[in-house]
Design a protein. Structure first.
Length: 124
């Protein structure tokens, strides 16, 4: 598979999972954004549409199956480094379950009132 040339934007999803005023966020184990809290998500597979990628990434990272997600917008990140992304942002309302194990990091419920008190990427 050919790699994406440096500086060319990569396509990904961000999946905001919420229950009322709480968000299930991922404290990432690795770069990009290692040690920071982000929504789950990831790169689009070849020929995959953004909604399908958001549903798949949610399942892969949390084991939570969502039938529908609402499109909220697009986050475009431009940097002089290798970190250049077009992120399709979706939100899904889910039941509040104990945070499942995740191979990408630690999932935690964060109250809306506390989101600004946990370390997050500047772009998020």
């Amino acid at each position: 598979m050919a790699s994406v040339p440096e500086g060319l934007k990569k396509s990904a999803t961000l999946c905001v999972l919420r229950h009322q005023n709480d968000f299930l966020l991922l404290k990432r184990l690795k770069e990009p954004n290692q040690g920071l809290y982000t929504p789950v998500g990831g790169k689009l597979d070849p020929f995959e549409d953004p909604l399908s990628a958001a549903i798949r990434e949610t399942w892969e990272e949390t084991g939570i199956e969502v039938a529908t997600m609402k499109y909220c917008g697009t986050l475009v990140e431009t940097s002089p480094t290798k970190y250049n992304w077009i992120n399709f942002v979706y939100v899904a309302d889910i039941d509040r379950l104990p945070p499942p194990p995740c191979n990408e990091g630690e999932l935690r419920w964060i109250a809306f009132s506390e989101v600004l008190n946990v370390p997050t990427p500047k772009t998020d």
